[in-house]
Design a protein around this ligand. Sequence first.
Ligand SMILES: O=C(CSC(=O)[C@H](Cc1ccccc1)CC(F)(F)F)c1ccccc1
Ligand SMILES: [Zn+2]
Length: 154
Amino acid sequence: MLSIAIYGEKILNQQAEPVTVFDNQLHTLADDMLATMQQAHGVGIAAPQVHRSLQMFIMASNPNSRYSDAPMMAPQVVINPQILQTSVEQIRGEEGCLSLPQERCQVARFESIEVRYQDISGEWCQEWLSGFVARIFQHEFDHLQGITLRERMS
Ligand SMILES: O=C(CSC(=O)[C@H](Cc1ccccc1)CC(F)(F)F)c1ccccc1
Ligand SMILES: [Zn+2]
């Protein structure tokens, strides 16, 4: 398990660095992040939250008490992400953050987004995400820009 940075630690307010080397060390970091996220019962986790200033996160939607219609998806490693397009509609919804334990807040997010990112082997993927998965992506994407939930509370 990796230690999770708590709100107020500098690394959470920094712009993360692009990933340039796709080696075994990156695989190990992804595995460690996934284990840390699962142990903390999260649906996502970003590298800066485990004190690694890298443009990388994991998203792993699963039906939960707050989003019963959330899709069950295999954990996805997202590297060097870009948001290419966004829907006009925004939806307010409840979010939590492993770096802000016990806090929950209502955040407005785009209902759907077109994204481009590299997977763990460096392959580029481009797709439209919507609903809860789009919400997780936007939450984790914020972490890579040094934006936390406190700044997003609407
Ligand atoms: O599973 C959680 C715990 S918080 C969580 O999983 C964060 C991800 C997240 C939760 C809810 C919406 C968007 C992102 C993890 C973080 F902070 F490391 F990114 C949850 C909280 C509120 C609504 C639905 C689920
Ligand atoms: Zn968070």
